[in-house]
Design a protein around this ligand. Structure first.
Ligand SMILES: [Zn+2]
Length: 483
C-alpha cells in the first residue's frame, strides 16, 4: 500500500464513527471548497428545485415490449404535464428523461438518435431551459450494453466492429467480466484503461451533449473503474492505483465532452461518488430516496456541505403515507426531492414497477412536496442546503411505523449546524395525526431559540439545557433553531 492505514476502536453509533471520519476528511484536498465556494455549482442548483422523471417508452427498466408512451414521446409531449407539476410544486423542475435510448432503455453506445427523433429532443431541451428548468439525460456509466430484452436489441455486431472484447475488464482467470444472460439487459463492464472503452464512453457523453440537456449523468450505476486482470491492456495485470489514475483522466475528458456544447452544463452521478471526485461532480443522485440505506445517510452526513443531492428514483413506497414518509426522510436529510411519473403525468409510488398499482393521492403528495421544498429553501435553508448534519439531539414521544425497513418514527428529524454555527433541528410530521414530541436541547447559558412550525414562528429566551414540548400538526414541518 502506498498510504497509511489507521485502525482503532470507538464508543458510539454510526454518527460517532462518521464524526471521526469527517474530522479526517475535512483536512483532505477534496474538501477544499464547500458549496458556497464552488464556482462550478450554479445558483439554480441551490434554489428551490424538484426532480421529475418520465419514461419515453416502457413503464420500468425491464418491461417488454417497451411500448412508446405517446404522452412522453416525442419528449415535447411531456411539457404540458411538466407545466402542471412545476406550478403545483411552485418550483422550477429538473426533468429527467428516462428510456430515451434508440435501441432500448439503458442501451449504450447505440443510443442515438433518441426516441422521438433528434430534432424533437433538442426542441424539448430548449423549451425546458427557456422555462428556467434544467433537463437531464442519463448514460450508462462504463458499461457496454449488447442486449435489451424489452426491444429485442442485439448489439453484438456494433460491439465486435468497435473494439468489443478488447475493451472489457477481465477476471482473474482471463474471462470477460459481465455478459450474464437472462436479465433485461446484457452488458459488459469496460476497462477504462483501454482506448476502445474510453472512446465508447466519451462518444455517449458527446452524443448526449449534442441533444442540449443542462445536466448529464454519464456515470450512472456508480463512479470509478472496475478491477481488471488483463495481461494485454497495458496496465499491471492486477487491481491497483492505475484504476483511479485511469478513471480520473477519463473523468476529466468526459466532463469536457459534457461541456462541449454548453460550458455551463452540470455533471451528476448515480450514488455517492468516491470522495476523491467530490469536486468533479456538481450533484449526485442518491438513488434510494425512500428508505433502506437512506435511513443511514452516511455520505450526506460527511459531505453534504460540499455537494448537494436529490433523493433518487427508488422511493420504496408502499402506500400514500409511505410516499409522504419518503419526502420527509429526504427533506430532513438535506436532499432535493425527485419523483418518477407513470401515465398522464402522475407521480407513482416507486420507479421500476409496471403501472398496475394504485395511483397515489396526487393532490396530497403535490401539496406535501410543495410545502417541504418551501421549508427546505425557506427557514431551514442555512441548515438543509448549506449545513452540516450533526449527531441528533434527543427526541422522545414519537411513535413508529414499519414500511419494510424496520420501525421508523412518524416524525422524521435530523439535527444540523449552519455555516455560522447555529444549531437547528428539522422535523417533518408526515402522518395523518397531530403529534407531540419532546426535544432536548443540550448546551449551557442563556440563548434565544426560535420554534418554527410551517409558516409560524415563536422566539423564547431560555437557559440551556432546555426541553421543548411541541405539537406538530398532521403533515407539517418544524424547525427549532438555537440562535
Ligand atoms: Zn484492463
Amino acid at each position: 500500500m502506498a498510504y497509511e492505514i489507521a485502525l482503532g476502536t470507538f464508543h458510539g453509533d454510526w454518527y460517532a464513527a462518521a464524526d471521526i471520519y469527517r474530522n479526517w476528511a475535512a483536512k483532505q484536498p477534496f474538501t477544499s471548497r464547500k458549496l458556497a465556494q464552488r464556482s462550478d455549482i450554479p445558483k439554480w442548483l441551490l434554489q428551490p428545485l424538484v426532480g421529475v422523471t418520465f419514461p419515453m417508452r416502457g413503464q420500468a427498466d425491464w418491461d417488454p415490449p417497451a411500448a412508446v408512451n405517446p404522452e412522453y414521446t416525442p419528449a415535447t409531449n411531456a411539457l404540458p404535464y411538466m407545466d402542471k407539476l412545476a406550478k403545483a410544486f411552485n418550483t422550477p423542475l429538473l426533468p429527467i428523461v428516462f428510456n430515451w435510448e434508440h435501441s432500448g432503455p439503458w442501451v449504450q453506445p447505440e443510443a442515438f438518435p433518441p426516441v422521438g427523433g433528434e430534432a424533437a429532443m433538442k426542441k424539448f431541451m430548449k423549451i425546458a431551459k427557456d422555462k428556467g428548468w434544467h433537463p437531464v439525460l442519463y448514460g450508462n456509466g462504463i458499461n457496454w450494453v449488447v442486449g435489451q430484452r424489452n426491444t429485442g436489441y442485439n448489439g453484438m455486431e456494433h460491439y465486435k466492429t468497435h473494439g468489443g472484447d478488447s475493451a472489457i475488464a477481465r477476471s482473474w482467470n482471463g474471462t470477460l467480466m459481465g455478459g450474464a444472460e437472462g436479465g433485461w439487459r446484457k452488458l459488459y463492464p469496460t476497462c477504462v484503461y483501454t482506448q476502445p472503452a474510453r472512446k465508447m464512453i466519451l462518444g455517449m457523453t458527446q452524443g448526449m451533449a449534442k441533444l442540449g440537456p443542462e445536466v448529464i449523468q454519464q456515470f450512472d450505476q456508480g463512479v470509478g473503474a472496475v478491477h481488471c486482470y488483463a495481461t494485454d491492456h497495458g496496465h499491471p495485470p492486477v487491481p491497483g492505483p492505475w484504476m483511479s489514475e485511469a478513471f480520473a483522466s477519463l473523468l476529466k475528458l468526459d466532463n469536457e465532452a459534457a461541456r462541449s456544447q454548453n460550458p455551463n452544463a452540470v455533471v451528476s452521478c448515480e450514488g455517492a461518488p468516491p470522495e476523491v471526485y467530490l469536486q468533479e461532480f456538481q450533484f449526485w443522485d442518491a438513488r434510494i430516496g425512500g428508505g433502506g440505506s437512506l435511513n443511514c445517510a452516511l455520505f450526506a452526513y460527511i459531505y453534504h456541505e460540499y455537494m448537494p443531492a436529490h433523493s433518487g428514483a427508488y422511493l420504496n413506497s408502499v402506500n400514500d403515507e409511505a410516499l409522504r414518509a419518503s419526502v420527509a426522510r429526504a427533506i430532513v436529510k438535506g436532499y432535493m426531492l425527485n419523483f418518477t411519473l407513470r401515465d398522464k403525468g402522475q407521480i407513482e409510488f416507486d420507479w421500476n414497477h409496471i403501472w398496475d398499482r394504485a395511483i397515489p393521492d396526487q393532490q396530497a403528495i403535490l401539496d406535501w412536496s410543495k410545502r417541504a421544498t418551501h421549508f427546505r429553501n425557506g427557514v431551514a435553508r442555512d441548515f438543509l442546503v448549506y449545513g452540516q448534519m450533526q449527531q441528533p439531539f434527543t427526541i422522545t414521544g414519537v411513535p413508529t411505523r414499519d414500511y419494510g425497513y424496520g420501525p421508523e418514527p412518524l416524525i422524521q428529524s435530523e439535527t444540523w449546524k449552519a455555516p455560522d454555527g447555529r444549531f437547528g433541528v428539522a422535523m417533518a410530521n408526515y402522518s395523518d395525526n397531530k403529534r407531540g414530541l419532546r426535544l432536548e436541547l443540550p448546551g449551557q447559558g442563556t440563548k434565544n431559540i426560535v420554534i418554527h412550525i410551517d409558516d409560524e414562528s415563536e422566539t423564547r429566551s431560555v437557559t440551556l439545557p432546555y426541553v421543548v414540548d411541541m405539537q406538530l400538526p398532521s403533515r407539517s414541518l418544524g424547525l427549532v433553531e438555537i440562535k
